[in-house]
Design a protein around this ligand. Structure first.
Ligand code: DQA
Length: 139
C-alpha cells in the first residue's frame, strides 16, 4: 500500500528517493514477490479516506501488508486505527532514511501496528519487508 505522493517518485526529491519511477517501483516489488513465491497486489491513493477504506477491506484480498504511507506515517492516527482494525501483519517501509531528515519525519504513528520498520534502503527495503512478512506468515 502506497500512500500520499508516492505516485510522484521519480519526479520528486531524487536525492531522497532516487530516480526510480512509481511504475518501476511497483515492477521491482512485483519481481521481489515473485522470487519469494508471493503474489503482490498494489494500491496507491493520495486520499487519506480511500487509504483508510482500503484498510477496512484489505483482509478480503491479502494476508499481509507492506505499507509506505508517505507523510501520513508521521501523523495519521486514523490510518493507525484502520491498520489495527485490519489485523494483518504489516511492515512499514520508507525509501529514505527518515531518521536522518527533518525532526517531524522521525515520528511514526504506524510503527506500533507493524512487525518491523525498514527505512533508508530504497527499493531493496521492499524486498526485506516481503521477506519479513513471509517469515511471519510461515511462523
Ligand atoms: C517516505 C518518507 C516520508 O517522510 C515522506 O513524506 C514520503 C516518502 C519515504 O519513502 O522515504 O512521502 O515515506
Amino acid at each position: 500500500m502506497h500512500g500520499v505522493n508516492l505516485d510522484q517518485i521519480g519526479r520528486r526529491d531524487p536525492e531522497h528517493y532516487g530516480g526510480i519511477t512509481f511504475r518501476q517501483l511497483e515492477q521491482a516489488i512485483d519481481g521481489f514477490a515473485g522470487e519469494l513465491g508471493l503474489d503482490a497486489r498494489f494500491f496507491q491513493t493520495n486520499s487519506e479516506g480511500e487509504f483508510v477504506e482500503h484498510l477496512h477491506r484489505v483482509r478480503d484480498v491479502a494476508d499481509a501488508i507492506v505499507m509506505n504511507a508517505g507523510a501520513w506515517s508521521h501523523y495519521s492516527r486514523a490510518i493507525g486505527d484502520a491498520l489495527a482494525f485490519a489485523g494483518l501483519p504489516c511492515v512499514e517501509v520508507h525509501l529514505s532514511n527518515v531518521m536522518a531528515r527533518e525532526e517531524w519525519r522521525r515520528v511514526s504513528v504506524l510503527e506500533d501496528g507493524c512487525i518491523a520498520t525498514i527505512m533508508g534502503k530504497g527499493v531493496d527495503g521492499y524486498r526485506e519487508a516481503l521477506q519479513a512478512l513471509k517469515a511471519e506468515l510461515e511462523g
